[in-house]
Design a binder for this molecule. Structure first.
Ligand SMILES: Cc1ncc(COP(=O)(O)O)c(C=O)c1O
Length: 306
């Protein structure tokens, strides 16, 4: 995980402000109660061009997350997409980067009713490389369960949800693993701390369904589409914990993690402990697609003039 690399400008509440001046009050509601929703988006540079991956889908998910929490975003999806592109350009970024839009309840009232606090919005963009080790990761099944949908909707990418991921991530790191896999409240596999998960068994792909309390990942959807274009069968169905130990291959998907092979789970090698052939095939295809090298998936890219 890399330290933040500063860029020149952050967009906040309708204005571009210098990075160091993009500040909020300590009594901001979201800071105390987690009342914000956000997105993580990547943009890739390739052959002198920059492409934002599935920009519109990410902004649409931001609106859905906000709707769940009665937050009316005072911009349209199109306006936000244009601001993201403008922000990349004004920062003159010419390398792979990460885009972080956040909408949150601001300053004004204290207490659990957020409805009188203003809706604020910021977007930052900064250079970003690998999030997890690209060669693959060693995981543990977390003792923390994924928040069930009857307590907090996991389908909303809400700030408060991430304290669950943070507990699992700290536990994994302190125990000497790279990443945590969380089970849902029924004991089925849900997802990583910030990634969706796939396993491969006998040439078929399996991934936990929405009702295993996952965030409905945009990378997950992309991999489902690509793998089926490659002719693989893919099933969204509950995955038992022990299947993690006996599957042939496993990998994470996510904007930050991209496609990361899982090499070991709870001390057991996944397959032979190396990236498997199907994982490699979909990973390579994904990596080509995000850089605009596959005509079938250009539809997912928004080109930014650089
Ligand atoms: C908890 C969680 N699950 C899954 C994902 C993967 O989602 P996406 O592929 O849309 O980035 C993320 C990342 O946003 C996440 O934070």
């Amino acid at each position: 995980m890399a330290a933040l690399k500063k860029t020149s400008w952050i967009w906040i509440d309708g204005e571009f402000k210098p990075w160091d001046e993009a500040k909020i009050h300590v009594l901001t509601h979201a800071l105390h109660y987690g009342t914000g929703v956000f997105e993580g988006i990547r943009a890739y540079v390739s052959d002198g061009k920059m492409y934002v991956f599935r920009l519109r889908e990410h902004i649409e998910r931001l609106f859905k997350s906000a709707k769940i929490y009665f937050m009316d975003i005072p911009y349209t999806i199109e306006e936000i997409c244009r601001i993201v592109i403008g922000l990349i350009r004004v920062n003159d970024i010419r390398e792979d980067c990460y885009i972080r839009p956040i909408v949150f309840r601001g300053y004004g009232y204290i207490g659990l009713n957020p409805l009188n606090n203003p809706i604020q919005m910021a977007i930052a963009v900064f250079p970003f490389g690998k999030y997890l080790s690209s060669g693959g990761v060693r995981c543990c099944v977390s003792s923390w369960r994924r928040i069930p949908g009857y307590s907090l909707p996991p389908q909303a990418k809400a700030c408060g949800n991430y304290i669950n991921s943070v507990l699992a991530k700290i536990e994994a790191l302190k125990s000497g693993y790279d990443e945590a896999i969380l089970l849902d409240d029924k004991g089925y596999v849900s997802e990583g701390s910030g990634e969706n998960l796939f396993i491969v068994k006998d040439g078929k792909l399996y991934t936990p369904p929405i009702y295993s309390d996952i965030l409905e990942g945009i990378t997950r959807a992309s991999i489902i589409e690509m793998a089926s274009d490659l002719g693989y069968e893919i099933y969204e169905r509950p995955i038992a914990r022990a299947e993690l130990y006996t599957c042939d291959e496993a990998f994470f998907t996510g904007t930050a993690a991209e496609i990361t092979p899982i090499l070991e789970i709870d001390g057991r090698k996944v397959g032979d402990g190396k990236e498997g052939p199907i994982t490699r095939r979909v990973r390579c295809m994904f990596e080509e697609a995000v850089r605009g090298r596959l005509p079938n998936y250009i539809k997912w890219l928004t080109e930014v003039p650089i």
